[in-house]
Write a protein that binds this ligand. Structure first.
Ligand code: UDP
Length: 239
């Protein structure tokens, strides 16, 4: 039954670039709305949803520091970029009638809520979508690590990593026609083979807490819901 799922609470991680559509930069409102509809279809199944959105469509710390900016300053700019993306997604979700909270690791009370773990859990219990913004609040981390941290804290059953392709391949499937997709792969194999799933600290944190990572295509209409219902192709990273 495609309207049923075994999952009760999940975290959806998307990169900032997923929101820029065909533009090379920034936010593309129809794309944000399309992803919000995917989230809504899962929310309609009764699943509690956490989200972490990157900031790479606006600013990346490493880019800034490559141009001579201090790394920590550049990283804080990257964290602020994730807040903008979170607010855009919140607006799109609320436009679809879904109560949503943006929750920032860096307090900015006029803009959104500060992160208080028990308060966030309560929002989820009340079926509000929680978008965790500003990464971990610390420089030298990424939003992949933030996603793994929050998924652990919120006791999510899995991280759903939405990408451009339907899973983890042994080589870049955009460049190599012979690339093979894994149905399942262990955390250690991802690390050893240096496969581009999430950065190494995020994979290690997921491994140490036995948190499965499900890599799927966000470009596939209905894909997120389908995978929660056990359909479609994806890669499960985990034990
Ligand atoms: N960032 C950070 N600490 C965090 C999360 C993010 O310093 O906990 C900064 C970092 O500079 C990063 C930027 O925010 O480059 C944007 O996040 P990320 O690169 O993870 O975005 P994505 O690639 O997923 O769009």
């Amino acid at each position: 039954d495609p309207s049923k799922t075994a999952f009760k609470r999940v975290l959806l991680k998307i990169s900032g670039e997923a929101l820029m559509g065909d533009q090379g930069y920034g936010l593309h409102p129809p794309t944000v709305e399309r992803i919000a509809r995917e989230v809504k279809s899962v929310h309609d199944m009764g699943v509690e949803i956490c989200m972490v959105i990157g900031g790479g469509n606006i600013f990346r710390g490493l880019q800034g520091s490559a141009q001579g900016m201090e790394r920590t300053t550049a990283d804080y700019m990257g964290m602020l970029a994730t807040v903008m993306n979170a607010l855009a997604m919140q607006a799109a979700l609320e436009g679809l009638g879904i109560h949503t909270r943006t929750i920032s690791a860096i307090p900015m009370d006029q803009v959104c809520e500060p992160y208080i773990r028990r308060r966030a859990v309560r929002h989820l219990e009340k079926k509000r979508v929680c978008i965790f913004a500003a990464g971990t609040g610390n420089p030298y981390f990424t939003t992949d690590t933030a996603a793994t941290l929050r998924a652990n804290e919120m006791v999510c059953e899995a991280i759903f990593k939405g990408t451009k392709v339907d899973g983890v391949y042994d080589m870049d499937p955009m460049k190599h026609a012979e690339a093979k997709r894994y149905d399942r792969i262990s955390y250690d194999d991802v690390l050893q083979k240096n496969l581009k799933v999430m950065d190494a600290s995020a994979i290690a944190l997921a491994r140490d807490n036995n948190l499965p990572i499900i890599v799927f295509s966000l470009d596939e209409p209905g894909g997120f819901k389908g995978i929660l219902a056990g359909e479609g192709t994806y890669t499960r990273v985990g034990a």
